[in-house]
Each structure stands twice: as structure tokens, then as C-alpha cells.
Design a protein. Structure first.
Length: 436
């Protein structure tokens, strides 16, 4: 038994995760290569390796010819006299196996055979590493920061391979130190002649999703689903969740006891704010949830056009739009709707808006009632396409004065009166005067 060879194969199989069968194939290929280099051809050469003992036999298949003078090619033919020394039953025309000793290969051929084995081992190792990380593509892994390359690009060690965190996939303001452990999202794994090329990200929205899947048991077992997610990396993320179990609060499960679950993810993301809202099949309710923490007066959504018009209290307009339009922008991405936000004053001043016309158009519309049942607040959609770009209009928040009642204390009738245009109120006053 070739004990040393067997031990070497066991070590390679364990450390490099290369199967013994692959290694045996590499040895066979290397021996055939050595024969070809030494004899000039190897078409008739065979290699047999005992998988149990690692003993191997290399032989050439040669045709028996009557005499030595009939031998035209030593590599392919053998005289009957010489063949009888190998097998006494050899006859002219037979094919016999002539053993080739490895020492006959020569030093150069042996070195070439060794190189073939090493090359095969490297190829199989690269293939094993590629397969390992290809299976983790679109998943989150933990890596160790190694060094900065070419400016701001970062090399990250993932264990058996290095990954590249390009500057474009880094969160603005994040700074990492060598040996620091971070979580990254594997964007892509490519197989190259130099080994797998792994690209990772810290900005991808799926990073947040995978972190919640790892942290929240209810998401892992399917009780809670992450329906949609919108992210501006390093600043804020909005996530809509849905519970398949009526006894499980989807938002509460993601937040955790005293915020333990969401805080763990916030820490990993270096303080990025995370808004978790309930998913709703009703587009109006979903948009209202997505615009939180702003309070909504009315929502009118068009599922076909994927547009929505939202009316908010005057003092909530700035909050609904958010700093530099961030809240509205994330809500639009989360819901898939183009959202036009107006204050109540802007809605009333919009040309062509009449509350009575709105009632005439929609109060008897069964399709509308079916599609938009459950909307909260006084519904006051806009009849015109009045869209104010966020760079043109970002009003300041209007605080409640001492003599003004909080919004929750305003009776519904008062809120309704505010939504009615002044000219309509004047007409009502004239009618009352006529009655008197």
C-alpha cells in the first residue's frame, strides 16, 4: 500500500474540500502527460489506480509482431520474442500490456507530472470556493476588513476567499478599520481564471431584509412576511410587514421586546433609522401607513395609473414630505405609487376643486366603494394634476398656537367645514337668509 500517498490525499480532501476521486483523476492525467512527454505519444497508454491501496500501474498496449525487424514503432508494437517474456501465451496479432516504470519517465517528465497534479488541485480548489460562495449569492455574510485598495475600495476576507466592497456600495460616512468584523450582502459571484470574484454591498435594501430574517424568528418561520422595503442607505429605511397569523403583531415582532430586535439591526447599520409599518392590500391604507409619522386627512389612489393624491393638515405638510423630501420619496418606493402631497389649504385653493362634485362622482360609485372601502379621514381628492416638486416647495412646520385646539379635539363637523371652499359656505349662508 502506498501509505504516504493515501495520507496526502486524505489531508487534501479535508483541507481543500476536494474529493479523492478528483485527485485520483488528476494523478492519472499527470502520469499520462509524463508518458506523452517521454515517449512522444500516449494514445495507447493506460493508467490504473487502486482506490483502496493507492497502488498504481502504468502500461502500454502493444501489438505483437513476428520479429524485431517487423517492429515499425516501438511505442505501438513488440516482437513476439519479447512478448513471450511477458506472457508465454502471446501470439502474433495479440495486444499485450507492457508495464512502464515511473523511473523511465525521466526528471523533466516527472516534474511536468507534478505540475499537472498541482494545477488540477488549484483548479478544483477554486471551483469548490466558487460553488461555496455562489450558493450564498444574495445572502448576508460576515467578513473581516483587510485593507483599502485603490482609494476607497475595501478588501474583505470572508474565510476562504476575499471579497471587494467597492466605494459605490459603501454607505456614505462609514469608516472601517482593519480587522473589524462587518456584515455585507453578496451582490455577485463570478468565476474567473484567478478564482472567484465576489462583490459585496452595504447599501443594498436586501441587506436590511436579510438582517431582519436572521434576527426575527417569526420572519424565518414564515409567520411574518416582509412585503416591501425602501432604503436610503445610512439615513432611513421603510419596511412594510404582514402577519399570516392574526394573533401575531407583525410590527411588534420585528421591533422586539423594548426594541431589542430592531435596535440590534440599527447598531449593525451604524444608527440608520428604520420605520416599520403594516402592509395593507388597500392602497389608500398602505399609503397612509407608509407616510407615517405624518397624519393623513384623505387619500385618493388610482391603482391603474399607480398615482395617489394625499391631503394632510397644514401643519403636517413638512412632516409628510420629510427632510429634503425623504419621507415622501421612501413612501413612494415602498408602495410603488407616485404620491402627490398637498396641505388642506393647498387642496382647497386648487382650481376646479368642489367637495359637492366629489360626492356626486363617488358616493354612489359601487366600484369606488369596493376599491377604497376603509379609507380614513375626510376624503378630498384633487381633480387636477397639481404636483409641486420637492425642491420648489418644502414648507416649515406650523406649530399649534395656545388658543388653538389640538387636532384630535376638533369635531368631525369642524374638520368637514374646513374642507369646504369659502364660496360654497357663502352659498349656504345665502340659502339660510332666503329661508328666514
Amino acid at each position: 500500500m502506498n501509505k504516504e500517498l493515501m495520507e496526502a490525499l486524505d489531508i487534501l480532501e479535508k483541507e481543500k474540500e476536494i474529493s479523492k476521486e478528483t485527485l485520483f483523476d488528476a494523478i492519472e492525467t499527470s502520469l499520462l502527460t509524463a508518458c506523452k512527454n517521454h515517449f512522444g505519444k500516449a494514445d495507447n497508454v493506460k493508467v490504473e489506480i487502486n482506490r483502496e491501496t493507492c497502488d498504481f500501474l502504468v502500461y502500454a498496449e502493444k501489438e505483437v509482431v513476428p520479429a524485431k525487424e517487423d517492429v515499425e514503432d516501438d511505442c505501438l508494437q513488440i516482437a513476439l520474442e519479447d512478448a513471450r517474456e511477458i506472457s508465454k501465451r502471446a501470439e502474433v496479432g495479440d495486444i499485450i500490456h507492457v508495464e512502464i516504470k515511473s523511473k523511465e519517465f525521466g526528471r523533466i517528465a516527472t516534474q511536468n507530472a507534478k505540475n499537472v497534479i498541482l494545477q488540477k488541485i488549484r483548479e478544483e480548489e477554486r471551483s469548490a470556493i466558487f460553488n461555496q460562495y455562489y450558493e450564498k449569492e444574495k445572502d448576508v455574510v460576515t467578513g473581516v476588513v483587510q485593507r483599502y485598495i485603490g482609494g476607497r475600495n475595501i478588501s474583505i476576507n470572508l474565510g476562504r476567499a476575499d471579497a471587494m466592497l467597492n466605494e459605490s456600495e459603501q454607505v456614505k460616512g462609514e469608516v472601517f478599520r482593519p480587522t473589524e468584523r462587518i456584515k455585507v450582502y453578496i451582490l455577485e459571484v463570478k468565476n474567473t481564471p484567478k478564482g472567484p470574484r465576489i462583490l459585496v454591498s452595504r447599501t443594498h435594501p436586501e441587506l436590511v431584509k436579510r438582517l431582519f430574517e436572521a434576527e426575527v424568528t417569526e420572519i424565518r418561520d414564515g409567520t411574518v412576511e416582509i412585503k416591501s422595503i425602501a432604503r436610503e442607505a445610512g439615513s432611513r429605511t421603510k419596511m412594510a410587514v404582514w402577519s399570516n397569523n392574526p394573533n401575531v403583531d407583525a410590527v411588534g415582532a420585528c421591533v422586539g421586546m423594548n426594541g431589542s430586535r430592531v435596535n440590534a439591526i440599527v447598531d449593525e447599520l451604524r444608527g440608520e433609522k428604520i420605520d416599520i409599518v403594516n402592509w395593507d392590500e388597500n392602497p389608500g391604507n398602505l399609503i397612509q401607513n407608509a407616510l407615517s409619522p405624518a397624519k393623513i386627512v384623505a387619500v385618493f389612489a388610482d391603482p391603474d395609473e399607480k398615482t395617489a393624491k394625499v391631503v394632510v393638515p397644514d401643519y403636517q405638510l413638512s412632516l409628510a414630505i420629510g427632510k429634503e423630501g425623504q419621507n415622501a420619496r421612501l413612501a413612494a418606493r415602498l408602495t410603488g405609487y407616485k404620491i402627490d402631497i398637498k396641505s388642506e389649504t393647498q387642496a382647497k385653493d386648487a382650481p376646479g376643486f368642489r367637495y359637492e362634485d366629489y360626492l356626486d362622482d363617488f358616493e354612489d360609485d359601487e366600484e369606488y366603494e369596493e376599491d377604497y372601502d376603509g379609507y380614513e379621514g375626510s376624503e378630498a381628492p384633487l381633480n387636477d394634476e397639481a404636483y409641486v416638486p420637492e425642491e420648489e416647495y418644502v414648507p416649515e412646520e406650523e406649530p399649534i398656537s395656545d388658543g388653538e385646539a389640538p387636532e384630535e379635539d376638533i369635531p368631525e363637523d369642524a374638520a368637514l367645514e374646513e374642507a369646504v371652499p369659502e364660496e360654497d359656505a357663502a352659498e349656504e349662508a345665502d340659502e339660510t337668509q332666503d329661508e328666514v
